[in-house]
Design a protein around this ligand. Sequence first.
Ligand code: FES
Length: 110
Amino acid sequence: MDPKGREIPGYRMHAFVCGHSRPEGSARGCCTEKNSLELMMEFKSATRTLGMSDVRVQKSGCLDFCESGPTCVIYPQGEWFKISTEAIPKLVEYLQGGELPKEFLLDIKA
Ligand code: FES
């Protein structure tokens, strides 16, 4: 058992929000210029407020869908989202076992 009382590693669901930065004017842009770190903190705080200790929300490096972001991927389902303030309550519900918030799925053709 580890110091947090866990007996096995891992989480029921694991959300990664891109926290990658590129210099201003770069061809691909980046998620942090679209407030991804603030959105990640808002998303993370919401899960902590609800005491959701079996899920984890954290920042990641570039998820390589830069033009379509700010990007979020949730495992083990492997569903990809465009995160926004409006999406966060639905993403939290999804982590709680709710329905897939299809309206916030990442559209790479947009
Ligand atoms: S900078 Fe976020 S996906 Fe690449």
